[in-house]
Design a protein around this ligand. Structure first.
Ligand SMILES: Cc1cc2nc3c(=O)[nH]c(=O)nc-3n(C[C@H](O)[C@H](O)[C@H](O)COP(=O)(O)OP(=O)(O)OC[C@H]3O[C@@H](n4cnc5c(N)ncnc54)[C@H](O)[C@@H]3O)c2cc1C
Length: 380
C-alpha cells in the first residue's frame, strides 16, 4: 500500500487546481470515482464553461464573507485570467460580463491536466470513508485503501449525480465531528403554485426582469418553462429563495404609466414584451386589456403591479437539474486562510463541498479555483 504526502479526493475543478499548484516535491494522488477527471467542468456552460465574471464580489455569494474574501485575496479573478492567459486558453466575454472558453471547456481541462502531471490520478475509485490514526489518514475506496499524511476533500456538491456527484464530502466531515449544512439544490428552476400555472403556458418565452428575493435584486433574463420558471435571473434567485415570496418587475427600467400615456393603442400593444406574454401578464393581474387613453385611475394603479408581481413559488426542479448545491462544510469549522478543518489537522475542504455558493455567472468555478489555490499554498 502506497503512502502519499497528500491525497486529494475528487478530480474536478477544485481538486485539479489544487494539485496543479502543489510543489513537485509533494507526493500527491487524486482519487476520482469517474473514468476521467472533470466531467462537470466539461459539460458546464454548454461545453464552454463560464469560468469567471468581470465583477466578482462577496455580494454574489451565499456564504461567510471572511472565508470567501480570504480565498479571493490569494487567488483573484485577475489571477485566474492571467493563469489561463499564460496557458494560452482563449476566452470570450459574453453580455459584457461572463467569461466563457472561446472554443471548449477541454482547453481548461487540458491545462489543468498538464499542470498536474506530477500527481497520480487514480480513476474509477469511489471513496467510501476516511479515518485518521497515528497522524495518518486511510482512505477506503470501493477498490483499495490509500494512505496519506494530508487529505483534501474536493468532492463537490450533490447535484448532477449522473456525473459522479455525491455528498461523500459531507459524510466525511460529519464522521470527524465537523459541522455541515446539508446540501439543497440551488441555481435551479422554480416550480409554481396553481395561481401561476399561466407561466407554464408561456413555455419557451423569455424576458429581461428584475427579481427581488431575500433582500437581493437579480437583473437578468427569465425563461418560462413547462415545469415552471427558469433562466439566469431565476437560477440566481433560487440561491437565496428557500420559502416564501419572490417579486418580479416585468418592465424594469421602464415605467408602465409612461408607456400608456395618451395612446389609442391597447395596453398589451405598448408593453415592450412579446404579445402573448403581455396579454398573459395583464390577465394574471386581473386587468382586461383596453385602450390606453381610456384607463381609469384605478386601472392605472393596477398596472403598476407589473413592476411588482409578487408570488410564492412551490419548490424547485431538484438536484437532477440544479447547477450547484447550497450548503456544505460550515465556514466556522475551517481556517479561513488555509481551508484546513480546525478540529482535524491535515484535513482540508475546498470547492463546492464548502458552504460557499455563488450566483450564476462563473462565480462557482472562481470559488472552486480560489479555494483550491489557497489550500495548495498551505500544503507546502
Ligand atoms: C450543468 C452544470 C453547469 C454548470 N455551469 C457552470 C458554469 O458555467 N460556471 C460556473 O462557475 N459553475 C458552473 N457549474 C457549477 C460548477 O460545475 C461547480 O460549482 C464546480 O465544478 C465545483 O467544483 P468542485 O471541484 O468543488 O466539484 P466538482 O467539479 O463537481 O468535482 C468533484 C469531483 O469529485 C468526484 N467525486 C464525487 N464523489 C466522489 C467519491 N465518492 N469518490 C471519488 N470521487 C468523487 C466527482 O466525480 C467530481 O469529479 C455548473 C454545474 C452544472 C451541474
Amino acid at each position: 500500500m502506497k503512502n502519499y504526502d497528500v491525497i486529494i479526493l475528487g478530480a474536478g475543478a477544485s481538486g485539479l487546481m489544487c494539485a496543479a499548484n502543489l510543489s513537485k516535491k509533494i507526493d500527491t494522488a487524486l482519487i476520482e470515482c469517474n473514468e476521467k477527471p472533470a466531467k462537470k467542468l466539461k459539460i458546464s456552460g454548454g461545453g464552454k464553461c463560464n469560468i469567471t465574471n468581470v465583477s466578482v464580489k462577496i455580494d454574489n455569494f451565499d456564504g461567510n464573507e471572511n472565508l470567501i474574501s480570504s480565498a479571493f485575496k490569494k487567488f483573484s479573478k485577475d489571477d485566474l485570467l492571467n493563469f489561463l492567459d499564460r496557458n494560452r486558453v482563449e476566452l470570450e466575454l459574453r453580455k459584457g460580463r461572463y467569461y466563457f472558453c472561446k472554443y471548449s471547456s477541454d482547453d481548461i481541462i487540458n491545462v489543468l491536466k498538464k499542470n498536474t502531471k506530477n500527481s497520480e490520478i487514480i480513476l474509477n475509485n469511489t471513496v467510501l470513508h476516511v479515518t485518521k490514526e497515528d497522524e495518518r489518514f486511510s482512505i477506503k475506496t470501493d477498490k483499495d485503501v490509500y494512505k496519506a499524511k494530508k487529505v483534501v476533500v474536493a468532492t463537490g456538491g450533490k447535484s448532477f449525480q449522473t456525473l459522479g456527484a455525491s455528498d461523500i464530502g459531507l459524510q466525511i466531515a460529519k464522521s470527524f465531528g465537523i459541522g455541515v449544512k446539508e446540501f439543497t439544490p440551488a441555481l435551479v428552476g422554480l416550480t409554481v403554485q396553481k395561481e401561476q400555472f399561466w407561466m407554464k403556458d408561456l413555455s419557451g418565452l423569455s424576458c429581461y426582469v428584475h427579481v427581488k428575493v431575500a433582500g437581493r435584486v437579480l437583473k437578468e433574463e427569465m425563461l418560462f418553462a413547462h415545469k415552471g420558471i427558469s433562466g439566469p435571473a431565476i437560477l440566481s434567485a433560487s440561491l437565496y429563495w428557500q420559502k416564501g415570496e419572490i417579486n418580479i418587475d416585468f418592465l424594469p427600467d421602464k415605467n408602465i404609466l409612461d408607456l400608456v400615456q395618451n395612446s389609442k393603442k391597447l395596453v398589451s400593444s405598448v408593453m415592450p414584451l412579446p404579445k402573448r406574454l403581455a396579454k398573459a401578464l395583464l390577465s394574471a393581474i386581473g386587468f382586461d386589456d383596453k385602450e390606453c387613453a381610456k384607463l381609469t385611475k384605478k386601472e392605472k394603479e393596477l398596472l403598476k403591479t407589473l413592476h411588482n408581481y409578487t408570488f410564492s413559488p412551490a419548490g424547485n426542479f431538484g438536484f437532477t437539474k440544479a447547477e450547484v448545491s447550497r450548503g456544505g462544510v460550515l465556514a466556522e469549522e475551517l481556517e479561513y486562510n488555509t481551508l484546513e478543518a480546525k478540529k482535524v489537522k491535515g484535513l482540508y475542504f475546498i470547492g463546492e463541498v464548502v458552504d460557499a455558493t455563488g450566483e450564476l455567472g462563473g462565480y462557482n468555478f472562481q470559488w472552486a479555483f480560489s479555494s483550491a489555490y489557497a489550500c495548495a499554498k498551505a500544503l507546502k
